[in-house]
Design a protein around this ligand. Structure first.
Ligand code: FAD
Length: 491
């Protein structure tokens, strides 16, 4: 311990337990805790739903820090300018943060580290977000991985992740200089939550952002949800997945903690889930790791086709189709239920994300980047790695992607994964009374059945905006044209 103050810079690690940067700073001496809302042009601005989440998560973090004797100082601006100024004014001798993996964040962190070190300040960064750093898992030849199964096998061969660090109980607070205290904002002053109009009612009802909320989710999941996860995780009509994604996105809980809590619950017989359920669940955490691996090695993952072949793809970019898709008015109940679940709660079930994304990209022949951007704005878990990698996966342009010719049929997917239509009924109330036989294809229902259910097609629920067979054939023709063009180019 020294008396020179130290500073921890919180970013996407909004938690007090298993937070190595925080632990290092607290060991060092009296500490300042800082969060900077980075609104510099170099960063992709957060979408609306993620801003709402961030606001709540920062409020929870600030309260948790205060309860342990510390104080979270909140600022807004360019960290490249703010951080060195604070370090200088407060006489900070040691700065720590946990690493991020987007190119703009890496560049910023590198520049800050170099500048602070040159000024004689000790700086250290840590891994709080991943089981393995993106550069730690490679092919035998030392190259980045492109296929999930060998990636995950190699990751597993590295052994169990280290045990999580214990929760912080006491924070020995350094006194911030008067100027810094005056410049600091309250979380509310960041203005992250919507007001006119306030569209966040459904989000408030659905979620409890913050570290405590994350642990409650995990405990509930291990208690009830893990059982049958392997078989049920594709069912949007059941509460069969953890819904930890936004908590992971903002680092309110880390993958090491999830890993060890799952293993311990299994070994202690504290979960009804089987070892196979646990393996499947951890392999989904593995997909998140793989996405970060891809993002780190392909910084333009959200904007550039991983597979450059797709650069010549003839998207039609159907504007009215895109608008109907966004609003959940495509006439395909599973797609519409998903898009409305997204709009209402800021989250969508994974199976439905795949179906909705495939519908936009393939049946509407719209560039996947349009869908990625909408999800970025509306998901509470909008994640720079997972969102981009998943959209490219569905488009067929990504690493280890579903082949482009795999086109999800929203009717058969609905019949398989939402057999009674319970999910559709919840989010598309116009169809709530419809016979399960027709719930995924209301346009095939006899007039009498529609009337009995109080549905006037084309009035209170749309007819399909595109014929599935036509859409499918058009998508396959576009793919064939791409191949022909390639053959012509390459002789
Ligand atoms: P669980 O099934 O409980 O899985 C546990 C955790 O594993 C998740 O919280 C998540 O962190 C990770 N995970 C699960 N599935 C995947 C996957 N396919 N790829 C990567 N990680 C996964 N996930 C995001 O976190 N943010 C996004 O922005 C995002 N955008 C997506 C866009 C599309 C088009 C698709 C098809 C998927 C997207 N996903 C995204 C992946 C997946 O849909 C969500 O992670 C999952 O639905 C979250 O629910 P859960 O926490 O209950 O998952």
């Amino acid at each position: 311990m020294t008396e020179t103050p130290a500073l921890v810079w919180f970013r996407e690690d909004l938690r007090l337990s298993d937070n190595p940067a925080l632990s290092a700073v607290l060991e060092h001496g009296p500490s300042l805790c800082l969060y900077i809302l980075d609104d510099s042009p170099a960063r992709r601005p957060l979408g609306g739903a993620a801003r709402w989440w961030l606001s709540r998560s920062l409020a929870a973090l600030s309260a948790a820090i205060a309860a342990r004797g510390g104080e979270l100082l909140v600022m807004r601006g360019d960290p490249a300018e703010i951080l060195p100024r604070i370090v200088r004014d407060a006489g900070i001798g040691f700065v720590a943060w946990n690493r991020r993996y987007e190119a703009s964040a890496i560049a910023l962190d590198k520049a800050l580290k170099a500048g602070l070190s040159a000024a004689g300040v000790a700086v250290e960064s840590f891994n709080a977000a991943l089981l393995n750093e993106p550069w730690q898992v490679t092919t035998r030849a030392g190259r980045p991985m492109q296929v999930f199964t060998p990636y995950w096998r190699a990751a597993r061969e590295r052994g169990a992740p280290s045990a999580p660090l214990p929760a912080t109980t006491t924070i020995h607070k350094a006194t911030p200089p008067e100027g810094l205290r005056r410049a600091a904002l309250t979380v509310a002053e960041l203005g992250l939550e919507p007001s006119q109009p306030d569209w966040a009612g459904g989000l408030r009802e659905s979620w409890t952002p913050g570290e405590d909320g994350a642990w409650t989710r995990l405990a509930d999941f291990l208690d009830g949800g893990l059982q049958g996860y392997r078989a049920e995780r594709d069912r949007p009509d059941r509460l069969a997945t953890s819904r930890l994604s936004p908590h992971l996105r903002f680092g309110e809980i880390g993958p090491r903690q999830i890993w060890h809590a799952t293993r311990m619950a299994l070994e202690a017989g504290k979960t009804d889930g089987s070892a196979a359920d646990a393996e499947k669940f951890l392999s989904e955490i593995g997909w998140r790791e793989f996405s970060y691996h891809l993002l780190f090695h392909n910084p333009e993952l959200a904007t550039r086709n991983f597979n450059a072949r797709f650069d010549a793809f003839a998207w039609v970019n159907d504007e009215s189709g895109l608008a109907a898709w966004r609003r959940g008015l495509t006439g395909y109940p599973l797609v519409d239920a998903g898009m409305r679940e997204l709009w209402t709660t800021g989250w969508m079930h994974n199976r439905v994300r795949m179906v909705a994304a495939s519908f936009l990209i393939k049946h509407l022949l719209t560039d996947w980047r349009q869908g990625e951007a909408w999800f970025w704005d509306t998901l509470v878990d909008a994640d720079p790695a997972n969102n981009a990698a998943s959209w490219q996966w569905v488009a067929g342009s990504g690493a280890d992607a579903a082949p482009y010719f795999r086109i999800f049929n929203p009717v058969t997917q609905g019949e398989k994964f939402d057999p009674e239509g319970a999910y559709v009924r919840r989010f598309v109330p116009e169809l709530a009374q419809l016979d399960p036989k027709f719930i995924h294809q209301p346009w095939t229902a006899p007039q009498a059945v529609l009337e009995k259910a109080g549905v006037a097609l084309g009035e209170d629920y749309p007819r399909p905006i595109v014929d599935l067979d036509f859409g499918r054939r058009r998508a396959l023709a576009a793919l064939a044209a791409l191949k022909t063009e390639e053959q012509l180019e390459h002789g």
